[in-house]
Design a binder for this molecule. Structure first.
Ligand SMILES: Cc1cc2nc3c(=O)[nH]c(=O)nc-3n(C[C@H](O)[C@H](O)[C@H](O)COP(=O)(O)O)c2cc1C
Length: 392
């Protein structure tokens, strides 16, 4: 492995993760859907915004900490929920939980994660849980009871996954959930002996085939099992009425993830959500979806100022994070960067990814002329383009 100190950016980690992981697994993490228009758009939108930095503002005492939903975080970014992490790195969910807690970052456990919530809460007491809920109130109620018993205080309901996405890249690489071993996958695994030993063998010998342990109230099926009702069954029936029902029943914090339309933002506010996450699932659901950063201003305008608007999708640089803060986002989540860190060097890799982003944000704050995040305001942004002639 290239020494960690030589990996300077998140894209360096992505390149290194590509070398380390079997193709099907790397592509599962990296990929989007269909023509990957949404995936590419998520990154491209950042280049449309440029900074108008201020100077000479004495930025010697800087802080990037932020308080959201009653919790103070050391940085304005955190780990988005990602499922099936066990195939990226041994005990990946626990490593993410530890790093998030140690670095005081927000962290959302995926409903498709592979380490039991009850263990993860012990590692990261302030973690949130993301649910892939079916339109079945008994099942939603049961998982809510389990979360309550485990001490989870915040539920995030993903709303952009009512049906499975068309991930053609996964099909081309023989990657399916339920996971099936094919000769192509075995061949690809054999070409990555380190992954075979450090991830596959270590996982199989310690805990066996990874399971969807947090999807429902009981231990879910293994990632290779084809369940009778299909684990996505009933998600296409979930509605705002179900969320209203859950709101009345759940006394903790409740968020929705995957809001892209201002009217859904209004509905989220009217349904009593504590916050919402602008997201297109990292370009992994509806292809051609608007980039979250482009959707952000309309969403922010549609909800009361007191309702925190959070965002994810394509964030890879400190400058990306600060652009979203300037447009009104309170927290930024990332999905792939920490998985690339985990794939490259486990705990140390995740920590290095966090360190890179944190260092970039600190430097960029200074270069923008800001001491803290409250000073990162929309007037520091401009749209890229040629100067208008009437300005001359
Ligand atoms: C490998 C992978 C697995 C994911 N699994 C989930 C999941 O279980 N639940 C969910 O709500 N979003 C899931 N997402 C979407 C992320 O939460 C997040 O919206 C997205 O990754 C943000 O984009 P980014 O990867 O460009 O940062 C997943 C994303 C990736 C890359």
């Amino acid at each position: 492995m290239r020494a960690l100190h030589k990996l300077l950016s998140i894209s360096d980690f992505e390149r290194e993760a590509k070398r380390r992981l079997p193709k099907a697994i790397f592509e599962y993490v990296r990929g989007g859907t269909e023509d990957e228009v949404a995936l590419v758009g998520n990154r491209a939108v950042f280049d449309q915004l440029v900074f108008r930095a201020r100077g000479l503002r004495n930025v010697s005492a800087r802080s990037q900490s932020v308080t959201v939903l009653g919790q103070t975080y050391a940085s304005p970014f955190g780990f988005a929920p990602t499922g099936v992490n066990a195939i990226v790195c041994h005990d990946c969910d626990s490593k993410l939980a530890r790093e998030a807690a140690g670095s005081q970052l927000p962290y959302i456990i995926s409903g498709a994660s592979n380490v039991a919530i009850e263990s993860l809460v012990k590692l990261a007491p302030h973690c949130w849980y993301q649910g892939y809920f079916p339109g079945d109130r008994t099942r939603i109620g049961n998982i809510a009871d389990r979360l309550d018993a485990a001490g989870v205080k915040t539920i995030v309901v993903t709303i952009d996954t009512c049906v499975g996405a068309n991930r053609e890249n996964n099909q081309r690489n023989d990657f399916t959930i339920p996971f099936q071993l094919t000769s192509k996958l075995i061949g690809s695994g054999l070409m990555h002996p380190r992954w075979l030993l450090e991830v596959f063998a270590k996982t199989m010998f310690s805990t066996g085939t990874p399971r969807f342990v947090n999807m429902y109230e009981t231990m879910g099926p293994s990632i290779t099992e084809n369940t009778t009702d299909g684990f996505r069954a009933g998600r296409d029936r979930l509605s705002w009425e179900d969320l209203k029902w859950l709101r009345d029943r759940w006394s903790g914090q409740l968020l929705v993830k995957g809001v892209m339309h201002p009217q859904d933002a209004e509905l989220a506010a009217a349904t009593g959500m504590d916050a919402l996450i602008v997201s297109n699932h990292g370009g992994r659901q509806l292809d051609g979806a608007i980039a979250p950063l482009q959707a952000l201003p309309d969403v922010v305008r549609s909800v009361p100022k007191t309702l925190p608007v959070l965002i994810d999708g394509g964030f890879r640089r400190g400058t990306d994070v600060l652009k979203a803060i300037a447009l009104g986002a309170k927290l930024i989540f990332m999905g792939r960067p920490q998985l690339y860190g985990a794939a490259v060097a486990g705990t140390e890799g995740i920590a290095k990814v966090v360190d890179i982003l944190r260092t970039e944000i600190d430097r960029d704050l200074a270069l923008l002329g800001c001491k803290d995040l409250t000073e990162v305001t929309p007037d520091l942004l401009s749209v890229r383009g040629a100067p208008r002639l009437e300005q001359v």
